[in-house]
Design a binder for this molecule. Structure first.
Ligand code: ADP
Length: 505
């Protein structure tokens, strides 16, 4: 028998009204069950929204600095539980141990940033045309925020989408990913222990359509923060746009690329490409599935990339010396294998690395798919060169000059992250100017965000504000406030303020 875990609503651990639960297993060994979790529906979402609404006024009445003190408590407790939660992240979402721990450390950094930021000046003082007037911009909380998060950073992304909204005076209903509910419950334990007032943070586990969609459509939710697939993010953006009175910030996927120039340092280029393609088994929104290599150096690059990819060790994420773990769920396994097969079937593609099933019998119960790489000439009509696979799957493509590389780079609908490996600062600068992305790296992998840097994309990758300090824009509204310090009323733009103009007065 495994344990059954509950939702966290209004400071209480409660079961879902449906009475139904679902299971979470280790993707590296699906026989190992991590627990049973509440299968929440609209009723539970409603209950959580009500609790958040009731708590909001009181929470907003605290000073920003007092609210931040609660977040500092969360930080202290999480810091003590880094190793325990890091291992849970590895087990439940399949990232190797250093990555599991880094996920928790990233959350800790975000908490630190959020509560430190509370003492920074906020708002803006704006000069008025009229010397007697003082104008300034004041921010107020949106109200109730729904945070809907993915499984691949099950501690870090939730903290990105919870800590700053809370400090700004919002209350939150959090819907974590169905693949990582145990991480969510354990993170809620930390908030509970920190003594956050009842109803300020609420969490319901369950599937997206059952328990995420009702948060998006509720009239009592004021802002929606989402990180996940482009398909769901676009649906949320449309839904919110029709409602008209709700704010929304969505971060979605990418079809990210690395550009390797003819003068690149090959050690850096190969190292960066392997990290970008295969770290987290290719399941980061910033993972690179395209490597564009100058035609003069592609043969050398290819030979060295293949030799490294053949050596990558993949296995159970908590084993020692593992670079790559499994894929998170069966749907992801099926999708990655399907795209690999489509590439094998393409006349235009030369498969260079195919370790899809290259793993020992002892891992037969895991969702393992090994590294896959192929060489192909860019062709606009080949769908796999545009679609996000979200697995350890990468295309290596030749180009003849930087104009062409940038054109191929920008040919996709996404625009999240890119890297350029070059020894020529002019080429790096050109990439910065002309590549359509929100994040760029020079002589580095396309992965590796830090919490105090903006994170977000352009085009179909998102609105670019669901992170860091920018998230404040999505969870507050501004008031432009003007004060007259004289007895007379004087208007801007020379507008007359004489209400008795033309009369006998
Ligand atoms: P991924 O491909 O990373 O699993 P998804 O976009 O499917 O990304 O899921 C990200 C989050 O969005 C999860 O918490 C999921 O349950 C939630 N979700 C999925 N579908 C919907 C929906 N229709 N409305 C609201 N949330 C959803």
């Amino acid at each position: 028998m495994t344990d059954t875990y509950k939702n966290y609503i209004d400071g209480e651990w409660v079961t879902a009204r449906s009475g139904e639960t679902f299971e979470s297993v280790e993707p590296a060994d699906t026989d190992r069950v991590l627990g049973q979790f509440q299968r929440s529906t609209e009723e539970d979402a409603q209950r959580a929204i009500e609790a958040a609404n009731e708590a909001q006024e009181q929470w907003q009445s605290l000073s920003r600095i007092d609210r931040a003190a609660y977040i500092e408590e969360v930080f202290k407790i999480l810091e003590q539980r880094t190793d325990e939660l890091g291992e849970l992240v590895s087990r439940e979402c399949g990232k190797e141990l250093s990555e599991g721990k880094a996920d928790v450390v990233e959350a800790i950094h975000m908490l630190q940033y959020a509560f430190g930021n509370a003492r920074q000046p906020t708002g803006e003082v704006v000069e008025s045309e009229i010397p007697a007037k003082d104008s300034y911009v004041h921010r107020q909380p949106a109200g109730v925020v729904a945070s809907i998060t993915p499984w691949n950073f099950p501690i870090a992304i939730p903290i990105w989408l919870i800590a700053i909204p809370l400090i700004e005076g919002n209350t939150v209903v959090w819907k974590p990913a169905e693949q990582t509910p145990k991480c969510a419950v354990k993170l809620m334990e930390v908030f509970d222990e920190a003594g956050i007032p009842d109803g300020v943070i609420n969490m319901i586990t369950g599937y997206g359509e059952d328990s995420g969609a009702p948060l998006v459509s509720s009239n009592d939710v004021d802002s929606v923060l989402f990180t996940g697939s482009a398909k769901v993010g676009q649906m949320i953006q449309k839904d919110v746009a029709v409602q008209g009175d709700k704010q929304c910030a969505c971060e979605m996927g990418g079809k990210n690329a690395i550009i390797v120039t003819e003068d690149a340092d090959m050690d850096i280029a190969v190292h960066s490409a392997i990290m970008s393609a295969y770290k987290t088994t290719g399941q980061r929104c910033v993972s690179a599935e395209r490597v564009l290599v100058h035609e003069d150096v592609i043969d050398e690059f290819q030979q060295r990339f293949v030799s490294a990819a053949e050596k990558i060790n993949y296995g159970h994420p908590v084993e020692d010396d593992v670079f790559m773990g499994p894929l998170v769920d069966d749907a992801q396994v099926e999708k990655t294998k399907e795209w690999n097969q489509r590439v094998r079937d393409l006349d235009a593609a030369e498969v260079l690395v195919d370790r899809e099933t290259d793993i020992g019998e002892e891992h037969a119960d895991g969702r393992f798919v090994g590294p896959f790489a192929y060489r192909i000439e860019y062709d606009d009509d080949i769908d796999v060169l545009h679609e996000e696979v979200f697995g350890p799957h990468v295309a290596i493509m030749p180009y003849s000059d930087l104009d062409e590389a940038i054109e191929i780079h920008n040919s996709v609908e996404y625009g999240l992250a890119m890297a350029i490996c070059t020894e020529d600062y002019r080429k790096a600068r050109r990439a910065r100017q002309d590549c359509e992305v929100g994040l760029g790296y020079v002589n580095l992998p396309s992965i590796g965000a830090e919490v105090h840097l903006p994170f977000g994309g352009v085009k179909k990758s998102g609105s670019g504000i669901a992170s860091g300090k920018d998230i404040i824009r999505a969870v507050t509204h501004r008031k432009a406030w003007t004060v007259n310090n004289e007895k007379d009323i004087e208007m801007a733009q020379g507008l007359s303020a004489d209400i008795f103009r033309g009369s006998d007065e």
